[in-house]
Structure formats: structure tokens, C-alpha cells
Design a binder for this molecule. Structure first.
Ligand SMILES: *Cc1c(COP(=O)(O)O)cnc(C)c1O
Length: 360
């Protein structure tokens, strides 16, 4: 058993059984006598693992057959560029909803490629909420609409996805993929850096509807086209073999737990333990609007910055790691992704109650 609970925003905690099976595969993968760090991405053993990883994800998220599943490199940050490079042709426009730093970065990349319309932004309110449906000003002829499903830094999350009237919805789900049930058929593209909820750093998952695969202009460098990666089943070049292995193990762990519905229940329970304190206490103050609260990242403030420092150093002593808020928000942030055990959240909330008693 580990001695620490990791609340880091990303790379983030992984389930212990996954660390165990990964350490075994680091020495001998699938009886090959080779480490998962050594094995060829063209070997039949790895090929089987890659396809099983795709199958597991398809089953868990109920991904329809007309969607391809890719495991790429370059992080969610490369997808900020790849989405417009592939879809935002000259003379067209795409809608973007600005709900935080990651949305803004996606917008910055898209503007280098073409024209975007900001359908709504909550920047003036320091991104403390998700825009309401009536605030969203979509362009009827836009080629896609981009959203960030969970805003890792600000701690807000779309509670229901917007109706884009047939325009493909493109979502950065880096920090909440696999945390709850979603209807994939409502999306054109879903992408996620794995290092929050899916696995380790170094691999990015892209779920893309068939009709969007082959839209890149002729002169697009091959590595930047979705088509090349679809044609070669994510092995156009050397894929991130060991990172994909870990994703395979994480998906197996979710299956064993009872799948996404069970995961969703556990996540709701974990988050409510913390939100209950924020609601009851005059000492802790949540920083986001209640109707926009994230179940994955929970930022909050204490009465003073001195108390926040003291809170953080006391937490570290107890083995509660990574609770410092992002520098743009300050305060505390508890990132409680899928792999954070409920015991970790219980230990945190017990510490919160004790710290409040001592200091108020
Ligand atoms: C962490 C994060 C990113 C950045 O991911 P990289 O893989 O580092 O490029 C993008 N979007 C969201 C929502 C994130 O949480």
C-alpha cells in the first residue's frame, strides 16, 4: 500500500493494480522476454494489445462503429492545432466556447489557421462558470464547434453539452474522459491527453467520426493529418508503445470496477464529500458557481494566503500531495480523478475539518 495520496492535476494518480501490472510488463511483456519498453510497435503481441485497447475503450464509452479511435503523440496541445488544420478550410468559420486557459490556447492555435467565432466567453468573470445555453451565439454555417468539457484549472465542467444543430461538436475531454457516461454520437471529435484520467503522459486519445477523417488540405504534412493515423491504425510512425500499454491497463481496471456507470457513481460521491464542506463552512470558499462545478478538479480558498500556505504544508506532512492551486487562481485545488481512491478524499476532508477547527 502506498503512503501518499496524489492530488496532482496531471500527470496524475494511477490505480495501484495498474502500477503493479506495468512493473511486471517493464520486465517481461506478454511472455516475449522483452520489456514493454523494448518491444516493437509492429510485433504481433503489441498489435493485439493495441486492438484490445481500442476495443475496451469502444465498449466502455459505447463508441459507435462509425468512429475511429487513435492513440497519438503531441498531447492535447497538438490537437488544438490538428483540429483546425484538418477541418478549418479557408473561407470557413468555426465556433469556440471560451471557458478557461485551455480553451483560449485552442482558440489561439485555430486563429493561426483560419477564422473563428467566439460563441461565448466567461473570461470577464474569471472563468467561474460555464455559459448558459442562451448565451451561446453559434454561427449556423460553422464547420465545427469546440468546447472544453472540464476546465482543469478553474474547476468548472459542462453539466450537459450544447445543442449545435448538426454542427460537429469537438471536445477537449483531457480532464474528464471516462469519468462519466457520455453520448459519443453527439460529437464529431473527442480528444484527450491521457495523463489525467486515462493513463500516463505521452499518449493522446482521439475519437473521430468517419466523415471528418479526410478533410485536410492536400499540402498538409502527413503527420498532421488524421487520415494517415487512421489508415495505419495509430502506427504511421512509432506509436507511444508503453504509454498505450498503461492505458490498456487503466481501461481494464475500469472494466473490473463495473464500467463507466460505477465510475460515475464513485466520482459523484467523492466530489460531494468535498463540496459538502465548502457549502457548510464559512472558512472554506469554493471559487466556482454551483451549477458549473467540476467533479474532477475542486478549487477553493481559505480566509488568508498565510492559512493556505499552512494548510498545504500540513497536508504534505500527512501524505496529501499536489493540492496547491494553479498560479492563475491561487488557493487550493483538489484534483480527484478516477484513480483517486475514496480513502484519499476522506483523509483530505478529515484534515479540512480539523484544520478549520484549529484555525477559526
Ligand atoms: C492538461 C490539459 C491540456 C494539456 O494537455 P497536454 O497533453 O499537456 O497538451 C489540455 N486541455 C485540458 C482540458 C487539460 O486539462
Amino acid at each position: 500500500m502506498r503512503k501518499v495520496f496524489i492530488f496532482n492535476p496531471g500527470p496524475a494518480v494511477l490505480p495501484e493494480p495498474v502500477l503493479e501490472s506495468t512493473s511486471k510488463a517493464a520486465l517481461n511483456f506478454a511472455g516475449t522476454g522483452m520489456s514493454i519498453l523494448e518491444v516493437s510497435h509492429r510485433s504481433k503481441e503489441f498489435d493485439a494489445l493495441l486492438n484490445e485497447t481500442i476495443d475496451r475503450l469502444r465498449k466502455l464509452l459505447e463508441i459507435p462503429e462509425n468512429y475511429k479511435i487513435l492513440f497519438l503523440q503531441g498531447g492535447a496541445s497538438l490537437q488544438f492545432a490538428m483540429v483546425p488544420i484538418n477541418l478549418l478550410a479557408p473561407g470557413t468559420v468555426a465556433d469556440y466556447v471560451d471557458t478557461g486557459s485551455w480553451s483560449s490556447k485552442a482558440m489561439k492555435e485555430a486563429r493561426k489557421i483560419g477564422t473563428i467565432n467566439v460563441a461565448a466567453s466567461t473570461k470577464d468573470e474569471n472563468y467561474t462558470r460555464i455559459p448558459t445555453a442562451s448565451e451561446l451565439k453559434f454561427t449556423p454555417e460553422s464547420v465545427y464547434c469546440h468546447i472544453t468539457s472540464n476546465n482543469t484549472i478553474y474547476g468548472t465542467q459542462w453539466q450537459s453539452f450544447p445543442d449545435t444543430h448538426g454542427v460537429p461538436l469537438v471536445a477537449d475531454m483531457s480532464s474528464d474522459i471516462l469519468s462519466k457516461k457520455i453520448d459519443v454520437s453527439r460529437f464529431g471529435i473527442i480528444y484527450a491527453g491521457a495523463q489525467k484520467n486515462m493513463g500516463p503522459a505521452g499518449v493522446t486519445c482521439v475519437i473521430i467520426r468517419d466523415d471528418l477523417v479526410d478533410r485536410a488540405p492536400e499540402n498538409t504534412p502527413t503527420m498532421l493529418t488524421y487520415k494517415a493515423h487512421v489508415q495505419d491504425n495509430s502506427c504511421y510512425n512509432t506509436c507511444p508503445v508503453s504509454s498505450i500499454f498503461v492505458v490498456h491497463e487503466v481501461l481494464g481496471w475500469i472494466e473490473d470496477l463495473g464500467g463507466i456507470p460505477e465510475m460515475e457513481k464513485i466520482n459523484a460521491k467523492k466530489a460531494s464529500l468535498i463540496y459538502d464542506i465548502l457549502d457548510e463552512s464559512a472558512f472554506y470558499r469554493g471559487t466556482v458557481q454551483k451549477d458549473s462545478r467540476s467533479l474532477m478538479n475542486i478549487p477553493f480558498r481559505l480566509p488568508s494566503e498565510d492559512l493556505e500556505k499552512e494548510f498545504l504544508s500540513g497536508a504534505t506532512k500527512l501524505g496529501l500531495i499536489g493540492l496547491k492551486g494553479h498560479r492563475s487562481v491561487g488557493g487550493i485545488r483538489a484534483s480527484i480523478y478516477n484513480a483517486m481512491p475514496i480513502e484519499g478524499v476522506e483523509k483530505l476532508t478529515a484534515y479540512m475539518r480539523e484544520f478549520e477547527q484549529k484555525n477559526s
